[in-house]
Design a protein around this ligand. Structure first.
Ligand code: FAD
Length: 532
C-alpha cells in the first residue's frame, strides 16, 4: 500500500463526510475538460476541480486547434459549437504570411497552414480551426454543464492526496477557503505545469528551458488594416522589427508575440514594439501583456498507483507549431476511455499501464518537433522566401505529426516493432498498421466513417464473418460494433479492430485471429497459447 502523507489527513480510508466519485479530474484547462468529455461519452461520472471561476481572454495562449482535436470534439458533439463560437471562421483565412511589416512587402505565404481547409478531404473528418484557447475552454465548459454525471467545481483547488490500492483520498479547498475530502477511484492530474499533483506523487520534469524570453501582447486596434489580406499569423522578419501577430477576432482585437524580448523591456516599449510590426503608427490600446518562456519538459513518470498525469502536468513543449494543448487533449482521450473501460468492468486495471507507454512516445516526438521549429524564430529569419519556406514548412504543415502518430509497440496493440525511423512530421500517409489512427473515409451519404464507429470497439470488415469474435466479445462484456467499410475503402477485405479512440488495435485477414484479451490488457502478446 502506498500512503502519501497529506497535511491534515491520517490514513487512507474514507473518513465520514467525504464525497465520492469514480474519477476526480484536478484541473479544468483543455486536458481536464477533454478528460471529462471523454469520460461522459462512456457514461462515467466525474468531478472536475478548477480554481479559475472565469477563463481569461487577456491571456489567449493556444490558437491552433488541430484536425485531430477537432475529430475528438466531433465525437463529443462539440465540433460545430466550437466553429460557431470561433471568432475567425476557417473560410476567412487558411494562410500564414511572412512580410517586412503589415504595411510593407509580402515575402512569402504558407497556404493551408495548421490543417485549415474549406475543402472536404478524404484523410480527415474535420479541418483545423484557429480559435483562442479561452473560447475552447468556454465551449467545453458549456458542453459539460449540459452533461449528466459531470460536476465542474469552479473556484476550488486540489491541495493534497493520499492513495492506496483501492482509491485516492483527495483534499480540495473550496472558494471560501474551507477544505473538504473526496474519495475517488482514479485521480487525473490535469493541473498543468503549475499544479500540485505531479509533486504530490513524487514525479518531476526532466528537460530544459530556452534561454530566450518571449513577450506576448493583446491589444485593440480597430483601425488596423493591412493590404496583405487575411492571414491567421503575420510573421514580420528580415528587418529591425521582428515578431508575429494575428487577429483574435474580426472586431479589432489582436495578439502579438516578440521572441527574445525581456519582460521589463517589453513593458516599457510595448507601443513601439507593436507599431514596429505594423510598420506605421496606428492607434491602439494595450489590453494585456504576457511574458513566457519556452520549455522542453517531460515528467519522469506519468502515473503512480491510481493517479495519472495528463497534459501539461506531464509535459511542456514550446508553442511553435501549435501542439501543446492538442497533445494534452490526446493524453486525456487515451487515459479516459481506458479508465471508463475499467470502471465499466470490461477491461482489467492492467489496461491503464498502456497509457504512459503510448503517450510518452507521442509526447517526446511532439516536444522534439516543437523544439526544432524553435530553431528559426522571427528574428533569425532573412527576408528570403526560399529560405523561409525551407526553415518553416514543418511548423505550418505537420499532418504527419498530428495524424500520423502510432501506438505500435504498445502492450495492448497487436505486436509490431515500433519504427526506429524518425517520423515524417510533415506528410501524413494513411496506414492501417496496428497502432495507427484508422484511415478516414467519407461515406456515400456524406457522413464520416468515424461517425459510424461504436463508442467501444468496432470491427471494420466484410459482413457475415465475425460472429465468433462477436460471441467472444459478448462473453467478456466488451462492447463491439460490427461495421462494413465503404466500397472503395483500400482495406475493405481485411478486418480492422478499432479502439474507442479510433486507433487500430488489430489487423487480420480472419477475425478469429484477433486476440481480445491482448487489446483490453488481460494478457500480453506472446504470453498466451489460446485466443481470448
Ligand atoms: C504563448 C503560447 C501559445 C500557445 N499556443 C498553442 C497553440 O497554438 N496550440 C496548442 O495546442 N498549444 C499552445 N500553447 C500551449 C497550451 O496553452 C498548453 O499546452 C495548454 O494550456 C495545456 O493544457 P492543460 O490543460 O494540460 O494545462 P493548463 O492549460 O495549464 O490547465 C491546467 C489547469 O489546472 C488548473 N489548476 C492549477 N492548479 C490546480 C490545483 N491545485 N487544483 C486544481 N486545478 C488546478 C489551472 O487553473 C488550469 O486551468 C501555447 C502556449 C503558450 C504559452
Amino acid at each position: 500500500m502506498r500512503d502519501m502523507s497529506v497535511p491534515g489527513l491520517v490514513g487512507t480510508g474514507t473518513p465520514s463526510g467525504a464525497g465520492r466519485t469514480p474519477v476526480l479530474v484536478a484541473g479544468g484547462g483543455p486536458a481536464g475538460l477533454a478528460a471529462a468529455a471523454e469520460l461522459s461519452l462512456h457514461g462515467i461520472d466525474c468531478v472536475v476541480i478548477e480554481p479559475r471561476a472565469e477563463v481569461s481572454h487577456r491571456r489567449p495562449r493556444a490558437k491552433t486547434t488541430s484536425i485531430r482535436t477537432m475529430e475528438h470534439l466531433r465525437r463529443w458533439g462539440v465540433a460545430g459549437k466550437l466553429r460557431d463560437a470561433a471568432p475567425l471562421p476557417v473560410a476567412w483565412s487558411q494562410r500564414v504570411t511572412f512580410c517586412e511589416s503589415l504595411a510593407g512587402r509580402r515575402i512569402t505565404d504558407f497556404d493551408g497552414a495548421f490543417g485549415l481547409t474549406t475543402e472536404r478531404d478524404d484523410m480527415f473528418a474535420e479541418s483545423g480551426q484557429q480559435v483562442p484557447q479561452p473560447v475552447v475552454e468556454e465551449v467545453l465548459r458549456a458542453h459539460l454543464r449540459g452533461v449528466r454525471g459531470v460536476d465542474v467545481r469552479l473556484g476550488h483547488a486540489v491541495t493534497g492526496l493520499a492513495h492506496d490500492d483501492d482509491g485516492v483520498l483527495v483534499t480540495v479547498r473550496s472558494e471560501d477557503g474551507a477544505e473538504y475530502l473526496i474519495r475517488t477511484g482514479y485521480l487525473l492530474g490535469c493541473d498543468g505545469a503549475g499544479g500540485v499533483v505531479r509533486d504530490l506523487i513524487g514525479a518531476r520534469y526532466i528537460g530544459r528551458s530556452d534561454p530566450r524570453p518571449n513577450f506576448n501582447v493583446v491589444f485593440r486596434a480597430p483601425d488596423l488594416r493591412t493590404s496583405l489580406g487575411p492571414a491567421v499569423q503575420y510573421w514580420v522578419v528580415g528587418g529591425p522589427a521582428a515578431g508575429l501577430m494575428g487577429r483574435l477576432d474580426l472586431a479589432g482585437t489582436w495578439w502579438a508575440g516578440f521572441p527574445g524580448v525581456e519582460p521589463a523591456f517589453g513593458a516599457a516599449h510595448v507601443s513601439a514594439l507593436i507599431c514596429g510590426l505594423i510598420g506605421a503608427p496606428v492607434p491602439h490600446e494595450v489590453l494585456a501583456t504576457d511574458p513566457w518562456t519556452a520549455r522542453m519538459l517531460v515528467a519522469d513518470r506519468f502515473a503512480s498507483g491510481r493517479v495519472y498525469l495528463v497534459g501539461e502536468s506531464a509535459h511542456v513543449n514550446p508553442p511553435w507549431g501549435g501542439h501543446g494543448f492538442n497533445t494534452s487533449v490526446g493524453d486525456a482521450v487515451n487515459i479516459a476511455w481506458k479508465i471508463a473501460a475499467v470502471c465499466r468492468g470490461w477491461a482489467p486495471p492492467e489496461l491503464l499501464d498502456s497509457y504512459e507507454d503510448e503517450r510518452r512516445h507521442v509526447v517526446e516526438q511532439t516536444v522534439a518537433s516543437a523544439e526544432s521549429n524553435m530553431r528559426a524564430l522571427a528574428g533569425d529569419l532573412p527576408a528570403d522566401a526560399a529560405a523561409i519556406q525551407r526553415a518553416k514548412r514543418a511548423e505550418f504543415h505537420s499532418l504527419g505529426l498530428v495524424l500520423g502518430y502510432s501506438y505500435a509497440g504498445s502492450p495492448v496493440i497487436q505486436f509490431r516493432e515500433r519504427s526506429a525511423e524518425p517520423a515524417n512530421t510533415t506528410t501524413y500517409t494513411p496506414s492501417a498498421e496496428p497502432g495507427a489512427r484508422l484511415p478516414h473515409a467519407w461515406l456515400p451519404d456524406g457522413t464520416s466513417l468515424y461517425d459510424q464507429l461504436g463508442s467501444g470497439f468496432t470491427l471494420l470488415g466484410p459482413a457475415g464473418r465475425a460472429s465468433a469474435l462477436a460471441s467472444r466479445a459478448g462473453r467478456r462484456g466488451v462492447p463491439l460494433a460490427l461495421r462494413e467499410p465503404p466500397a472503395d475503402y483500400p482495406w475493405r477485405d481485411e478486418f480492422l479492430l478499432v479502439r474507442p479512440d479510433q486507433h487500430i488495435a488489430w489487423r487480420a485477414g480472419d477475425p478469429d485471429d484477433i486476440d481480445l484479451d491482448v487489446v483490453i490488457g488481460r494478457s500480453r502478446m506472446g504470453t498466451r497459447r489460446h485466443r481470448g
